[in-house]
Design a protein. Structure first.
Length: 80
């Protein structure tokens, strides 16, 4: 009886851990995305909300892709 209960608790713990570690957040999905326009817009929104660390991650990803474009000046200003 005690062994079955331990196994049930262990199984529930493993299942819960798997569910929470297997899900990507909206930020991680955006970070892995190839849509640079949406990534730029979300980075600016994060910057305006004061979430500078997350915005910087996205700006770093975009820096090489926006080089030579009109938006690059704004991007590098916000990155600085």
């Amino acid at each position: 009886m005690f062994l079955n209960r331990r196994i049930s608790v262990l199984l529930a713990f493993c299942l819960t851990t798997l569910v929470f570690t297997g899900c990507k957040s909206k930020f991680e999905k955006l970070r892995n995305s190839n849509n640079i326009t949406m990534k730029y817009q979300e980075a600016v929104k994060l910057y305006e909300k004061g979430k500078y660390a997350k915005a910087r991650i996205l700006f770093d990803d975009l820096a090489s892709k926006y080089r030579g474009r009109a938006e690059a000046e704004d991007l590098f200003y916000l990155l600085a």
